[in-house]
Write a protein that binds this ligand. Sequence first.
Ligand code: PMP
Length: 462
Amino acid sequence: MTEMTETTTLPQSRHLATTVPGPRSQQLHAERLAQVSDGFGMVLPVFVDRADGGIIQDVDGNRLIDFASGIAVTSAGAANPRVRQRVAAQLERFTHTCFMVTEYESFTQVCRWLNEHTPGDFDKRTALFSTGAEAVENAVKIARSATGRPNMLVFDEAYHGRSLLTMAMTAKENPYRLNFGPLPEEIVRAASANPLRPAVAGDDLAATALASVEATLAERGAETFAAMVIEPIQGEGGFIVPAPGFLAGLRRIADQYGIVLVIDEIQAGMGRTGMLYASEHEGIAGDITLSAKALADGLPLSAVTGRAELMNAVHTGGLGGTYAGNPLACEAALAVFEEFEDGSLLANARTIEAVARDTLEALVTETAIVAQFRGRGAMLALEFADTGTLEPRPDLARTISAACHSRGVLTLTCGTHGNVIRLLPPLVIEEELLRDGLEVLRGAVLEAQATARTPVGVAAAP
Ligand code: PMP
């Protein structure tokens, strides 16, 4: 993880010049409140000047360690040299034509790479869009068009976006769905296989969850389902790695009933977990795989890649969008693909996991407030709960995250109960910087443990 050293444009060290947020950020934030809709939340009211490698530099000169990557986007770094060069060169040529009007080669090249690299040894086609939610919506359109069926199966703790359809597919009410109904009715929710908090009891979690999925399908008639849509690691829901065998079981059920299996790899894909796609860890392939976020390292680009016969079932003109597969974003994606081919991004993700495990995993037994350390590669999380009862402790996730922020480490929370701190560092973060940030987090957890109401030494949950 040291390859970026010569090419990063910012010192790769944490530095506090002021309190966080500093005076200039506070000023700018006051103006934001006067101008921007209150509907937008925000994790840390700090205004960014520059970002690169594992560092975000704010307008007050503070250098924060980035454990967010803009929510799993800037995996190759927020100022990656290849991305900058390709996008700058494209800027000189043209910014936009609309691929539905006149064509450009980079669009096809991105589709080809994704057809070759997404899981599944079958003939594929790809359609490009701009946002993750758009990719999910278009997968639904394609699956309905190909099957002639209306219903969608989604899962507990799922997150698929904020558009009208995708928020209906998302599980958590507040903030994603609250007050925004009525929601589409053809969305049916099934149990997931959350090892820490199983929805259905049983010795073999995958088997009992799969039986419950079959029962849910049967209620509406399995033959009415166009698709089942699942994240291979549930992201916003809490970085939940499903019980082993669950995804393979869904693959079998989808085949049995002719249901299109859509794997939403928008957060977990593009190398985040140490494999290019997280479904590869389970040895399965979706009929359709969705990519976004890290696909173009910060430029808005998303992709639906799937079996040629599904992707081509849609009538001509049925898919598209003004900005779909914008040429600047396509160039950025081609730069990201070069990084995967020449660089060490996947190996870095695995090193990040090893280093984080080394620093954080012991907190599960050392404290009575960390119920689990989990995740894969550079998609890792700590879940806070009273470990005796498993009662979620969102208050601790908030306090610990706030302590990290004030010390110059940008952490994010997530989870159905808001009690999870997730780590999504750029895959190019240097090891020393990573260790510094993890020690800050570890220290904040130990401090919280010292003041938490739970007695020390309560046995940790399995
Ligand atoms: N699916 C998953 C799994 C996601 O994590 C997200 C974004 N967090 C989305 C879909 C929606 O992506 P976007 O915000 O780009 O619409």
